[in-house]
Design a protein around this ligand. Structure first.
Ligand code: MG
Length: 161
């Protein structure tokens, strides 16, 4: 097959005193994602979707949270590394569609900046990157503001195909 799809999911707890990085963009908010890396839930979901498309495992395998090398790691760098792994195997990123689930803050003002940041890391046109936002209607951990979740679906194709 010269075309494949991949799916990624991630979630992080939101806590006081951490920067809120989402899609490679710093979002002004009183809380931020807790995690070993910079906890960018959207970039993690995208990285997992890309790895999944080519059956290369998941980001926990490539960047173990037991490894001090990845403490507070810049997730843009992790995602760029994943893209490099795909390219080495002859795969090119096509398009992606992502949904971030959180109650607050409103993401619409930041969506364009996130799309541009993601497209820049992946080397794709901005119109190949869709970022959507959804609340969870105040239900569950996202609805109560305890955390943020992200889903990503990607398409990859063989270079030249
Ligand atoms: Mg994560």
């Amino acid at each position: 097959m010269n075309i494949r799809t991949g799916y990624g999911y991630d979630s992080h707890r939101l806590v006081e005193g951490r920067p809120f990085l989402l899609g490679g963009v710093l979002i002004p908010f009183q809380k931020g994602g807790m995690g070993h890396s910079d906890a960018d839930v959207l970039l993690h979901a995208i990285a997992d979707a890309l790895l999944g498309a080519v059956a290369l495992g998941d980001i926990g395998l490539h960047f173990p949270d037991t490894d001090p090398a990845w403490k507070d790691a810049d997730s843009r760098m992790l995602l760029a590394h994943v893209v490099k792994l795909l390219r080495e195997k002859g795969w090119t990123v096509g398009n992606m569609d992502c949904t971030v689930v959180l109650e607050q803050p409103k993401l619409r003002p930041h969506v364009e900046a996130m799309r541009q940041a993601i497209a820049g890391i992946l080397g794709t046109p901005v119109d190949a990157v869709s970022v959507k936002a959804s609340t969870n209607e105040r239900m569950g951990f996202t609805g109560r503001g305890e955390g943020v979740a992200a889903h990503a679906v990607v398409l990859v194709h063989r270079t030249g195909a």
